[in-house]
Design a protein around this ligand. Sequence first.
Ligand code: ACO
Length: 428
Amino acid sequence: MPDTLTITDNRTGKQYELPIQDGTIRAVDLRQIKVQPHDLGLMTYDPAFMNTAACRSRITYIDGDKGILMYRGYPIEQLAEHSEYLETAYLILSGELPTKTQYEEWVREVKLHTMLHENVKKLMEGFQYDAHPMGIFLSTVGAMSTFYLDAKQIFDEEARRHQRLRLIAKVPSIAAYAYRHHIGRPYVYPDNDLSFTGNFLNMLFKMTELKYQPNPVLERALDVLFILHADHEQNCSTSAMRGVGSSHVDPYSAMAGAAAALYGPLHGGANEAVLRMLEEIGTVQNVPGFIKRVKGGEGRLMGFGHRVYKSYDPRAKIIKQTAGQVFEVTGRNRLLDIALELERIALQDEYFVSRKLYPNVDFYSGLIYQAMGFPKDMFPVLFAIARTAGWVAQWEEMLLDPDQKIARPRQIYTGPKSRNFVPREKRA
Ligand code: ACO
């Protein structure tokens, strides 16, 4: 016997049987529940999508209570230990880990696309010297749609493959150019002898040396951070990517929307906000006072809490370990002690414990980025580079899913009832 939900409508006394599949009912099945035949039918009210599955997805699995995160079935801990970002990106995009030959071909193809069109560079030069690099990043990604005429051919598999490669390959170049523009240094062209992450460090930090040699510990640490940020199922920016993409716009325009969503301090901008918070707290002695203010409703403990994780974010655990390796090279970030004390107090404080607020991915990542020499406003851009794999994979999954249509939520109208227009001179 199939699982069903029986609903009795007290307004009419009628009973309805709704099928349950995968632990969900279909919201449109509620539409048959009406008082009058011409009614629209029952809707669900779910601001911020607290309890609504908007898609079926085969990409990322999260169990928020147990602190489990998997890409295509592979636990994040194993990928962080054994994989490389480009391999993880391949896995996220294609569904399987590549064979050795497939991987070599994928890396070769990505490297073919790392250069930016010279006009993209000129476009970026138009930004003010103090423009936030994330603002530059998201505008430039959007502008890329005007450079690739096949971008609009979203149902052509070969065209999609091209945009996928271009996006994965070019986002580090855009991010690095945004940074160099910000600090007034000349742009550095990609060096394809280096790894994906090594080349990114080259484009950011190369000075007058003939060849930039990335520090292998920092290169690996950044690669691990990229793996940890590569996808996270239906978060705010991915929902934006799917939502904007559902109008069948090109992927660059959709990704500009996703990057804009990521920019906010409640999402990918949180790593930047964590660092500002730690600097504001200033010393370990000030931590109890800060926690008291947060509990009193004066602001939030940034880098804590998550819509899905109600236990320790598994990514935060890995980042904490990675921080140790990075600090051995760069020296200890003086803000680490404040972060550790915040975590220590919060994890035993009734306010945070009862609300299941634990460190999330952003709590420690900023400390690593800062120790590696990144300014705070580059942190969300680093997140965006890594998340490109997830955004593009989720966008393609949405496009090819026969269940999907243009995203268009309903509303409960609470405005005035119908009224007649009053000429301006007669208004009170
Ligand atoms: N500090 C203090 N209190 C908090 C925090 C926090 N960081 N997060 C949640 N709370 C409290 C809320 O005030 C609320 O308390 P109440 O029930 O007394 O009103 C309760 O915990 C539930 O919080 P909500 O805002 O309802 O939780 P929601 O799931 O909507 O928000 C979010 C999740 C946005 C991540 C939130 O925890 C937050 O603002 N955290 C800080 C910002 C942050 O670190 N964002 C990064 C998230 S990870 C990522 O996007 C990559």
